[in-house]
Design a protein around this ligand. Structure first.
Ligand SMILES: [Zn+2]
Length: 265
């Protein structure tokens, strides 16, 4: 029998007004998650799902709702998750946490627009508040570099530094999301050495069943109605585990840049 795997979703910002591939409106987020709840999905944090996988006690339909970058607007998402009855997981940057505006080349283009305020990050107090409500706070590196491009020393600092900072502020940190989803064998080994027990990619297909390469499904503003139902249908999710689909995706990635938020965050 095939091993049960959780459905891990990847979101970024939550906003009704920011027309960005990084944002979903609160109303759409609620429709997407309510659709899953109605289909019998149970919500867990990423480490909770991993513990159940190891103990072989994972229910058949589990959804893990993750948010990368710790946008302040995740607080609006938390209200939605509370109504649906799911906990969340936020992957935060160790070098932020004072409510700074997120600032790396791929998001800096929004700084000179009316949407600059959308880039405010959650403070440590706000992250602690989410943790107190049953959320998990994982790491997303210190400064959001593309990890495979770093030398060994900088790579170790970005990973271990973010784990230590978050553990200091929150009390625990065991999970990681690779910035931009980018990783290779050296990055995975460094994540293990830093002390992470589970790490998430942004791969759309996932034949590999490894704790430090957990795939996620990104849901975007266009995933509503029939597109949403098709994307999370059991047949679609099973297809994404196919080695053939994975090989095809790798081929397509090789000939063009990855699209949507995968190339941004
Ligand atoms: Zn990111």
């Amino acid at each position: 029998m095939r091993a049960v795997r959780p459905l891990v979703l990847c979101y970024h910002a939550v906003s009704a007004t920011w027309a960005s591939p990084l944002a979903v409106s609160p109303a759409l987020l609620e429709r997407q998650l309510s659709h899953l709840a109605a289909r019998g999905y149970v919500g867990m944090t990423i480490s909770e799902a991993e513990r159940h996988r190891l103990a072989r006690t994972l229910p058949r339909r589990v959804v893990v709702v993750t948010f990368d970058d710790a946008f302040a607007s995740v607080l609006d998402g938390a209200e939605v998750l509370a109504r649906v009855g799911f906990p969340g997981t936020v992957f935060a940057l160790g070098a932020y946490g004072d409510g700074q505006v997120l600032d790396w080349p791929e998001v800096a283009r929004w700084h000179a627009t009316p949407y600059r305020a959308e880039l405010r990050s959650l403070t440590w107090d706000e992250l602690r508040g989410l943790h107190d409500r049953g959320w998990e706070i994982g790491a997303h590196s210190l400064t959001h570099p593309s990890l495979p491009t770093l030398d060994d020393e900088t790579l170790a600092t970005e990973l271990a530094g973010s784990l230590e900072r978050i553990a200091d502020e929150i009390g625990t940190c065991t999970s990681l999301a690779y910035p931009f989803g980018r990783h290779d064998a050296r990055v995975v080994a460094a994540a293990r050495a830093a002390g992470f027990s589970v790490a998430c990619t942004l791969s759309g297909s996932h034949p590999v069943d490894a704790p430090l390469q957990r795939p996620r499904v990104g849901l975007y503003a266009t995933d509503d109605g029939w597109r949403l139902r098709a994307k999370v249908a059991p047949a679609s999710l099973a297809l994404r585990r196919s080695p053939l689909v994975h090989a095809l995706e790798r081929h397509v990635r090789g000939v063009r840049a990855p699209g949507k938020a995968g190339s941004l965050l």
